[in-house]
Design a protein around this ligand. Structure first.
Ligand SMILES: Cc1cc2nc3c(=O)[nH]c(=O)nc-3n(C[C@H](O)[C@H](O)[C@H](O)COP(=O)(O)O)c2cc1C
Length: 251
């Protein structure tokens, strides 16, 4: 290894503070809809979080994403109208008390946030045969979701809130944003400074759904495969790590 390569490699070893900062960012990330402030986002911050998104992993290094920055009040009003239509339909899909609870939830910040961002996936970005995508065609969509998560975490580290709005007919987004046929709208996001970040998911706070115990989601050797006697200590560590995370701490 050359001296420069070795030096660059050691730069990539995170300090304990950096490592903790990454976990703090992950645990403190929230989907934001009710806490947006109207203040403008600094250009440098917006540029940095887009670079973070663009450094996501992608199948065959396809980089299928594009980013549409939507500031225009007219465009946001169109998207909000599409959300309202879909949300009215969505509310009818729940029964009784659940429907009432659903109607009371705030599920978007389209007009409250100063910037909206649509992250799209160009399914033809790298031609008809893509390394790694030969047997799972949807890998380009998953790659785009990786870009979304990178942006979401970078935004949290910058103190910016992000809210994902998926209660919109994709066809409506296609029309409003002039998307070509081969381009899929993967994520419609609201972005902005916030008054505060909630400690827990809003859906958990409002009693819609709880975080599942991690140990029920981890299996061994096959789907739902139980752990053996030797796995008990590890399962206990997972339990402790999740309990600590619920308090915003690292085990
Ligand atoms: C693919 C995806 C779509 C989502 N769509 C919506 C949405 O339309 N409206 C909304 O209020 N939240 C939406 N969310 C946010 C989730 O409700 C939220 O991530 C979840 O409740 C956990 O909360 P947290 O992100 O604050 O940890 C979406 C999240 C994802 C990953």
């Amino acid at each position: 290894m050359t001296e420069t390569a070795a030096a660059r490699q050691s730069e990539m070893t995170l300090s304990d503070q950096d490592r903790r900062g990454l976990y703090r960012t992950i645990l403190g990330r929230r989907d934001v809809r009710g806490q947006f402030l109207p203040d403008a986002i600094d250009d440098g911050v917006l540029a940095r979080i887009l670079v973070a998104a663009h450094h996501a992993p992608s199948v065959g290094f396809m980089q299928p994403w594009s980013f549409i920055i939507i500031r225009s009040p007219e465009q946001r009003a169109r998207v909000k109208a599409a959300f309202d239509r879909a949300n009215t339909e969505a509310a009818l899909m729940f029964d009784g008390e659940r429907a009432e609870k659903y109607r009371a939830l705030k599920l978007e910040g389209i007009l409250d946030a100063p910037v909206n961002l649509c992250i799209t996936c160009d399914r033809d970005r790298a031609g008809p045969v893509v390394l790694g995508r030969t047997h799972m065609a949807e890998m380009d969509l998953y790659s785009t979701v990786c870009a979304v998560e990178n942006l979401w975490l970078a935004a949290r580290a910058e103190g910016l809130g992000v809210g994902w709005v998926s209660i919109i007919e994709p066809a409506a987004l296609r029309t409003i944003l002039d998307l070509p046929e081969r381009v899929v709208p993967v994520a419609y996001l609201c972005l902005g400074k916030v008054s505060h970040f909630l400690a827990q998911p809003e859906l958990e706070n409002k009693g819609w759904r709880k975080r599942l115990p991690l140990e029920e989601l981890v299996a061994f050797d096959r789907f739902n495969g139980p752990g053996g006697a030797g796995d008990e200590a590890f399962i206990e560590r997972m339990r402790q790590a999740q309990q600590a995370a619920e308090k915003g701490e690292l085990a």
